[in-house]
Design a protein around this ligand. Structure first.
Ligand code: NAD
Ligand code: WQD
Length: 354
């Protein structure tokens, strides 16, 4: 079975961790990334960790001509599509940039895949498509709605993929809806490296702990939750990365079934799957765990709720277990330990000049 995979956005936070797990699972990978929100140093480090150079192409997913060259020179089994922009606040200020990158980029990629008869696709979606959920835990049949352009761009791509699956039953389109990815590789060599002041909770906590930021603001302590602070489903990035391997393994099994001709309707079509732990943890619980596990002080204060935040959001992880035979294994303690190992050894992330 062909096991060559194109990983768009493979130099980024989740992509780089996934490259390691894919390599360990025996997949042959080619990374395609424009480095707009990442550093080539991540690729260097992944290469060192896996003990061989990663094949890397610097390119934009909106560049159809370059993508065609890449597809003409490699025969891919499928594509894992991480490439996209992800800052919610920026997306409100620059919606066209987000729709262009995330929606047009995906359409361009899908067109090239179609031209080269590559029909296995794994898309990075987000729990953000569930908006403010009515029922917890959130399963994949829950209503979808979004309140910001970033979320809309993910939801729009989901709709495009649904339409594509209806139009042509050769497509195998797995949509992975990530909850809150945190943590770093066990080696401490790769991790999350925000360009600016972090928007997300865990990098903010770790930058306070390492002394780069003064104090964490906890946005809201009057939610109807266990301690008044927001509740999220934090998932270790290595578990998340392994979820992609499980999704690919599933696509490979389906390809075998189809090849054997035993089931004419064996295409996967549009298949949304949550990647979460199924467990909610409050913001205060995470901060407290981080302080306990790392023995580092983290100054914090309570502040106003952040616009657009929901009180609680955690996954039903049953579908991933049933279909992909995958479940998250790592704990909140692992997430804190591994984040701290990465942050304390790389206080400036991948930039070596500072
Ligand atoms: P990231 O920014 O670290 O990685 C994204 C990568 O894509 C970067 O290396 C960037 O340079 C590249 N990229 C962006 N636009 C591109 C383009 N037009 N052409 C080629 N490369 C491009 O982000 P991440 O946290 O690793 O997220 C990966 C994916 O998962 C994104 O699509 C994101 O929206 C989605 N997601 C992330 C989270 C999260 O909290 N991190 C949660 C849910 C979904
Ligand atoms: C988590 C909790 C904050 C920072 C976002 C995107 C979502 C997905 C994951 C991409 C909330 C609180 C945060 C801080 C705080 N990304 N917080 N102080 O908002 O659940 O999800 O990232 O798809 O689309 O919206 O994650 O880490 O920003 O916040 O108190 O400085 O931490 O209010 O309750 P969120 P987050």
């Amino acid at each position: 079975m062909n096991n060559k995979i194109l990983v768009t956005g493979g130099a980024g936070y989740i992509g780089s961790h996934t490259c390691i797990e894919l390599h360990q699972a025996g997949y042959d990978i080619v990374v395609y990334d424009n480095l707009s929100n990442s550093s080539y140093e991540a690729i260097n480090r992944v290469s060192k960790l896996i003990g061989r150079p990663i094949e890397f192409i610097k390119g934009d997913v909106r560049n159809s001509e370059l993508l065609k060259q890449v597809f003409a020179t490699h025969q891919f089994f499928g594509v894992i599509h991480f490439a996209g922009l992800k800052a919610v606040g920026e997306s409100v200020a620059k919606p066209l940039k987000y729709y262009n990158n995330n929606v047009s980029g995906t359409i361009t990629l899908l067109n090239v895949m179609k031209e080269y008869n590559v029909n296995n696709f794994i898309f990075s979606s987000s729990a953000t498509v569930y908006g403010d959920p009515d029922i917890l835990p959130i399963d994949e049949t829950s209503a979808r709605s979004c309140t910001n352009p970033y979320g809309q761009s993910k939801l729009t791509v989901e709709h495009i993929l649904e339409d594509l699956a209806v139009s042509d039953n050769n497509w195998n389109l797995i949509v992975l809806r990530y909850f809150n990815p945190v943590g770093a590789h066990l080696s401490g060599q790769i991790g999350e490296d925000p360009n600016d002041i972090p928007n997300n909770l865990m990098p903010y906590i770790s930058q306070v702990a390492v002394g780069k930021l003064k104090q964490l603001s906890i946005f809201g302590n009057d939610y109807l939750t266990v301690d008044g602070t927001g509740v999220r489903d934090f998932i270790h990035v290595t578990d998340l990365a392994q979820g992609h391997v499980a999704a690919l393994n599933y696509l490979q099994q389906q390809a075998v079934v189809k090849e054997n001709g035993s089931d004419q309707k064996s295409s996967v079509g549009f298949l949304p799957i949550n990647l979460g732990t199924g467990k909610g943890t409050s913001v205060l619980e995470l901060v407290t765990a981080f302080i306990e596990v790392t023995k580092q002080p983290v100054a914090y204060q309570f502040a106003e709720r952040r616009a657009g935040d929901v009180a609680s959001c955690y996954a039903s992880a049953d579908k991933a277990k049933d279909i992909l035979n995958w479940e998250a294994k790592l704990s909140i303690t692992d997430m804190c330990e591994d984040t701290w190992r990465w942050q304390s050894r790389n206080p400036n992330g991948y930039s070596i000049n500072i």
